[in-house]
Design a protein around this ligand. Structure first.
Ligand SMILES: N[C@@H](CCC(=O)N[C@@H](CS)C(=O)NCC(=O)O)C(=O)O
Length: 332
């Protein structure tokens, strides 16, 4: 029986590097495994759905979906905890974990496949990662197939000619807010990484490996850049902070990302799935956002609501969530 976790992942998969960063922080012995080639049969044996990351535990259980994977590993290896001790902060971290996974992925996916320079760079790296010994002719041909397929799939996360400018503006705003927050602390909730750091970082680290968002981050987000590098091999520098010191720069993030973008979007997405509607429109900070509904999100919104409902004393948390226009969506 292997004594290590096996993480089937890829450098260009935000959810995979999220789990790897977590495993590194926790000091979990693990192998980083490519799902193709000689590992394909092992991947197929454990993967219930064809997505990465897949984690195979030392006792032979297969785990999928980065959020439940991390929750399961955290239960088995509770120290050092990725959850702030204050229940209000622990919930905010879980909320931003979800926002990072879902809205952060729009920024990442949009920039990766919007401009030719990013399409070429990304498709080339993906092709090479599938088979590093492939010759150049084969690599060019496969890269072109990947590029064509992915450019035709950006609508999936809601990226289109209509939403492109809005997605990019929302990233510029978010980068400025994140940079201000990380200017005076190494991680989102203080001096050690939280659940939220891993999810958001998976997306933003991937953006940093693509030409256009890399240039934006390097030009405008020096503290975000340092965090990107820190989160590759994260270590605890000290304790989590209290809400009082986090609030000045964290409240704008909770308000704008969770209250202004993620929550109204996920609620409208859920309504469209329930109807069902082919396409939905929702006002996000006054902008008319249109897209086809995304299936996965209904499930993760329910999981987030369940996390809200188990918080026993919600007095402090509810005041924060009301100010940020998030609470109504959690009790709807
Ligand atoms: N919600 C999942 C999403 C995982 C996911 O979408 N992974 C992508 C790569 S980033 C994937 O495997 N897509 C299918 C494929 O590559 O065949 C998680 O949190 O792990």
């Amino acid at each position: 029986m292997p004594s290590s976790y096996r993480i089937f992942g890829a450098e260009m998969s935000p959810y995979s590097v999220k789990v790897r960063s977590y495993a590194r922080y926790k000091g979990l012995a693990h192998d980083w495994v490519n799902r193709g080639g000689e590992n394909a049969a092992e991947y197929a044996k454990y993967a219930k759905v064809p997505i990465i990351p897949l984690v195979v535990t030392p006792d032979g259980a297969g785990l999928q979906d980065s959020t439940p994977i991390i929750e399961r590993l955290e239960a088995a290896h509770p120290e050092p905890s990725i959850h702030p001790g204050d229940p209000a902060l622990a919930f905010l971290s879980a909320l931003l974990e979800e926002v990072g996974d879902e809205w952060g992925n729009k920024w990442m996916f949009h920039y990766r496949w919007r401009r030719e320079v990013d399409q070429m760079a990304s498709a080339g790296r993906i092709a090479l990662s599938m088979n590093p010994s492939m010759n150049e002719t084969a690599q060019t041909a496969i890269a072109e197939q990947i590029r064509a397929r992915m450019v035709g799939r950006v609508w999936f996360v809601g990226s289109s000619d209509t939403t492109a400018q809005f997605i990019e503006d929302s990233f510029h705003d978010a980068l400025a807010q994140l940079d201000a927050h990380l200017a005076v602390r190494p991680f989102l909730f203080g001096a050690r990484p939280s659940f939220a750091d891993f999810a958001l970082w998976g997306q933003i680290y991937n953006m940093w490996t693509d030409p256009t968002p890399c240039a934006i981050i390097e030009a405008r987000g020096q503290h975000v850049l340092a965090w990107i590098q820190r989160m590759l091999w994260p270590t605890a520098h000290g304790a989590f902070e209290a809400w009082q010191t986090l609030e000045p720069t964290l409240m704008p993030i909770v308000k704008d990302w969770a209250g202004g973008l993620f929550m109204p979007w996920t609620l409208a997405n859920g309504r469209a799935l329930a109807l069902p509607d082919e396409e939905f429109e929702v006002k996000l900070r006054g902008f008319a956002w249109r897209q086809k509904p995304q299936k996965y999100h209904a499930k993760s919104l329910e999981a987030l609501r369940a996390k809200y409902h188990v918080v026993k004393d919600r007095s402090v948390l509810d005041a924060i969530l009301d100010t940020a226009s998030v609470r109504k969506g959690l009790i709807a």
